[in-house]
Design a protein around this ligand. Structure first.
Ligand SMILES: *Cc1c(COP(=O)(O)O)cnc(C)c1O
Length: 500
């Protein structure tokens, strides 16, 4: 199977090439030139396998230039009990009849980014070798918090790779900062940038686009690459857990093989829900995909009206990982939904860049509505949902998951659909302690506490154990204390790589 660009169908590259380069040369995203099909029998056979073996079976369908042994090695390095604290890797929690949570946050950084970033480094390393590349890969990341830490944990000590993360000095929470500056590993570097996330991001982009600097890197046998969420190597591992959740439902006799289920996905960049869409297209029995947004509800509007319009204020919410106005991965869905109309997709993306808006035709609108339901909720509803579910059932969830739960309630009230439904849970409640504690114990309970006191207080009120990776942070030595201004970011890179 080869890969093409959403903006130019005549392009054709291997999956290794797509993973190595990340973005197509025309600015489009890499997509498979066909969607592999899984029969009911094949899905049934996955049910008796471990998560890791299920992952190998799904990855094999898409990464056909990798051998089974290579994929098995990647999957075992990524998904194991040491890293995920549970053999199940992505366990399902039954809330009540017909409603389940798929917990994707048992990895090392307690958020669902680990599901992809634990395996991407291994896939990337093999892709580099397969394409005959001899240079060492240097991953540069500018982060507003979660991605940086997940990428560091994924790439640490992976041979043939280095990773350098820049975070804004005053733009991350103290837990997030502590997670990064205590990072272990022999190939990692972390630096604070004076300024905000935009400063860090534009600095990284400048280094990426600097042709002269690329030559210096090349002379020293290095090449730059990126670990951001449009890389196909981050998307394909996310398809796995939709199959895995379905298999667990079958295995636990919650559903019969072939019975359709719904998935509710808290959505920002449209990566997670797009993986669910691919699973559906591959033959996984999915009835509706419910796309849940916070007050940045651009996707709700798009699903309901067919108009994508980012000319609106950006809102800062209690589910920050979904505060986004350009959902990059939507481009891949548009390509599939238009029957691979690369010209049309390229035109819409041009309109989006120039005017901030595009509108799809009626046939596409109908197609979108057939597959998706879109809804959103505000911060007050998010906290009320955490509080209500905790009171009724004792289950405590994070703010992003709560957005999904709230939108599912709207969906059920509006449609009466009684199909069994899996709500995708994307972060541990301990990552967003302040809001979660406020929701379950009142504002007074959280007031005046620092981040570490909040962890203890939430553990006490919820009866849950603090994830080991967060609990251990207070005692970890600080390894990185570099602060630079935007112009000094080059020096940080050159120094780490010992460039001549
Ligand atoms: C990144 C993230 C999301 C959004 O996922 P997308 O793939 O960008 O739609 C939701 N919740 C959490 C906790 C995240 O970190």
């Amino acid at each position: 199977m080869n890969y093409t660009s959403t903006r130019n169908k005549s392009l054709s590259v291997t999956s290794a090439e797509a993973i190595k380069t990340g973005l197509a040369p025309d600015g489009g995203l890499f997509v498979p030139n066909e969607i592999p099909q899984m029969t009911q029998e094949e899905i049934g056979a996955l049910a008796s396998m471990s998560y890791t073996d299920r992952a190998v079976k799904i990855l094999e369908q898409f990464l056909t230039d990798f051998t089974g042994a290579e994929l098995s090695e990647c999957a075992h390095n990524a998904y194991n009990k040491i890293k995920f604290e549970t053999d199940e890797i992505a366990p399902l929690y039954k809330l009540k009849d017909n409603t389940y949570f798929l917990e994707l946050w048992h990895g090392p950084t307690c958020a669902f980014k680990d599901m992809a970033l634990q395996i991407l480094p291994h896939l990337l390393k093999k892709s580099v070798l397969k394409t005959g590349e001899t240079k060492e890969v240097v991953i540069l990341v500018a982060t507003s918090g979660d991605t940086g830490k997940a990428a560091l944990e994924g790439f640490k000590d992976v041979d043939g790779t280095r990773i350098i993360v820049f975070y804004p000095e005053n733009g991350v929470s103290s837990i997030q900062k502590r997670q990064m500056i205590t990072q272990e590993g022999n190939n990692v570097d972390v630096a604070a940038v004076m300024g905000n996330f935009d400063d860090a991001q534009s600095g990284v982009k400048q280094i990426f686009n600097d042709k002269e600097y690329a030559q210096v890197l090349e002379r020293n046998n290095f090449m730059l690459s990126s670990a951001n969420s449009i890389n196909w190597g981050r998307l394909v591992p996310q398809i796995v857990y939709y199959f895995s959740a379905y298999c667990n439902l079958c295995k636990n006799d919650e559903i019969k093989l072939g019975e359709p289920v719904n998935f509710v996905v808290p959505t920002g960049n449209f990566g997670n829900i797009l993986a669910a869409y691919y699973a559906k297209e591959m033959g996984l029995p999915i009835h509706k995909l419910i796309c849940a947004s916070n007050e940045n509800n651009i996707l709700t509007d798009f699903i309901r009206t067919g108009v994508y319009d980012k000319n609106r204020p950006f809102k800062t919410t209690s589910s920050p990982s979904m505060d986004i106005l350009i959902s990059s991965n939507l481009e891949r869905f548009l390509y599939q939904a238009t029957g691979c109309d690369d010209v049309r997709v390229a035109t819409w993306m041009k309109e989006l860049a120039e005017t901030g808006r595009y509108e799809v035709p009626d046939v596409t609108k109908a197609k979108i509505k057939e597959i998706f339901y879109g809804g959103f909720c505000d911060d007050a509803e998010t906290l009320a949902t955490i509080s209500a579910v905790s009171k009724e059932t004792g289950y405590v969830m994070d703010t992003h998951t709560a957005v999904a739960k709230c939108v599912y309630k709207q969906y059920k009230e509006e449609t009466g659909d009684a199909t069994k439904t899996v709500i995708v849970s994307t972060a541990s409640p301990f990552k967003f302690t302040d809001n979660v504690l406020t929701a379950i114990a009142g504002k007074e309970a959280a007031e005046g506490l620092d981040d570490f006191e909040l962890l203890d207080a939430l553990a006490e009120k919820s009866g849950l154990t603090i994830p080991a990776s967060l609990a251990g942070l207070t005692n970890k030595p600080i390894i990185f204390s570099t602060t630079c201004d935007k112009t000094e970011m080059y020096d940080v890179v050159s120094h780490m790589l010992n460039l001549s």
